[in-house]
Write a new protein. Structure first.
Length: 462
């Protein structure tokens, strides 16, 4: 305990009835397992947790409890609404210099105009939370913050209660840390609407050949059924261990967990600079170093994949020209190699223009041609018509922003929605004029593999 009740009162944590106040308080920690803290949080606050680890493994966030929830169910204005609500909260923030900046974490749906009844019905078009307890491990240094947002006048008493709860969570995390967790036992794997997907790919390729679009991404879904309910920490443990080069995320809402390991950053803002990643065009990994190198060269020289990739580069570059200065973009892509797949990759960076926040960039960048198509409006219309699936938060922005304006969003691919003893997996690919139905179908299996394997499934015995 770094502060007692009297010290809190002296600091001035008092709220005038009816006025919004946002208090935060941070303590530094020694070693702590983020997944053990998540498990402890799930025991105390079921369905009110989130998890995030960035791709270079310099930042891990775990949120437990809801200090507040920001959501939006509208098809229009959802990005600006969340941004405005967060700005209003930050204006009421009481924070000392030693305290870590509070974080808002969440995501948006891929297409808020999707009206299909599905497993995603419980998720609004935007869903974000400020955690009551915020674990941050940054560059190896751990801290836990308490966030309290209130209009009541008994803030000091409530803060003391939250301090006691925080200490209990820390003790539970120390007791529950596990060396390993068994993978779920799979009962069955079902391909959902496979024939519909195959027909959609053929139809879209024909439309592209007819000049209606340049590229359209078509996705499909699997259902995995398990012998028993799968815990959130089990899913996140295995996906994190097996996909260490990726972003790891988990967002709980009610009795569902949306989680995954995506290689694709959408946007990061740090100290006034913006960073994005053009990731499009893919091929499998080789079984030997020589085969892997050969496949990588094949990808770099493949016209279809280079064309797909250039669509993304052009679109992200245009967005950066609107919102940033001092832009840097390499002239040629490089290879991004992760465990099951390799992609074409081009980094983009620039200095953020005055008055621009991360939500402005997220809105302008979503959906990139890597997940939607070109041109955007036409490709979205074709997806709604042909895909016959509610993507939910799959292929959409997920991430965080702090009260200082720093933040990062990834594109939520290589992902699944976990609900009890069932999981829904999603994968897609870019369709262009030269696309072949069977090859596109096989490519989706490569993209299913990371989550499928993390949940105990196999493809072709592997």
């Amino acid at each position: 305990m770094i502060q007692n009740y009297t010290a809190i009162q002296e600091r001035g944590i008092e709220a005038e009835e009816g006025n919004l106040h946002f208090f935060t308080d941070t303590i530094k920690l020694g070693r702590i397992s983020p997944l053990a803290f998540l498990e402890a949080g799930n025991a105390r606050y079921p369905s009110e947790c989130f998890y995030w680890k960035n791709a270079d493994r310099t930042l891990t966030l775990v949120g437990v409890g809801h200090a507040t929830v920001l959501s939006n169910q509208e098809a229009e204005g959802r990005f600006t609404h969340i941004a405005a609500e967060w700005k209003k909260l930050c204006a009421s923030l009481s924070k000392e210099e030693k305290d870590t900046a509070p974080v808002l974490f969440g995501g948006f749906s891929f297409d808020p105009k999707s009206i299909k009844n599905s497993e995603w019905d419980g998720f609004p078009s935007a869903y974000f939370v400020v955690p009551t307890f915020q674990l941050m491990i940054k560059n190896g240094e751990a801290s836990i913050s308490i966030n309290l947002i209130t209009e009541r006048n008994d803030a000091a008493e409530e803060f003391e209660r939250l301090q006691n709860e925080r200490d209990l969570l820390m003790r539970m995390a120390a007791r529950t840390e596990k060396e390993s967790l068994a993978k779920p036992k799979v009962v069955s794997i079902e391909e959902r609407a496979k024939e519909q997907y195959m027909t959609a790919v053929a139809n879209v390729a024909q439309q592209i050949n007819n000049g209606e679009a340049s590229k359209v991404v078509i996705a499909r879904s699997l259902t995995m059924n398990f012998e028993e309910e799968v815990q959130s920490v089990t899913a996140l443990h295995h996906i994190s261990n097996e996909q260490q080069e990726s972003y790891h995320f988990g967002l709980q809402k009610d009795n569902q967990l949306f989680f995954g390991a995506t290689p694709e950053r959408l946007i990061e803002i740090s100290g006034g600079h913006a960073y994005s990643a053009c990731v499009a065009g893919s091929i499998r990994r080789g079984k030997s170093a020589s085969e892997d190198d050969k496949l990588g060269i094949e990808l770099l020289e493949d016209c279809k994949n280079r064309e797909e990739h250039q669509y993304v580069v052009n679109m992200i570059s245009n967005v950066f020209e609107q919102f940033c200065t001092d832009i840097s973009i390499p002239s040629k892509p490089e290879l991004m190699k992760i465990r099951d797949i390799q992609h074409l990759f081009t980094p983009v960076e620039g200095k953020v223009a005055k008055g621009i926040d991360i939500f402005s960039l997220v809105e302008a960048l979503h959906p990139t041609p890597a997940l939607g198509g070109m041109p955007t409006d036409t490709s979205m219309q074709i997806i709604r018509q042909e895909e016959n699936m509610d993507r939910g938060y799959y292929a959409a922005p997920i991430g965080w922003i702090d009260s200082a304006g720093n933040g990062e969003f990834a594109v939520a691919i290589r992902s699944a929605l976990l609900e009890g003893d069932r999981a829904y997996l999603y994968a897609g690919g870019g369709i262009v004029a030269e696309s072949e139905v069977e090859k596109e179908y096989e490519e989706t299996w490569v993209k299913f593999r990371p989550v499928l394997r993390a949940l105990g499934g196999k493809i072709h015995g592997e």
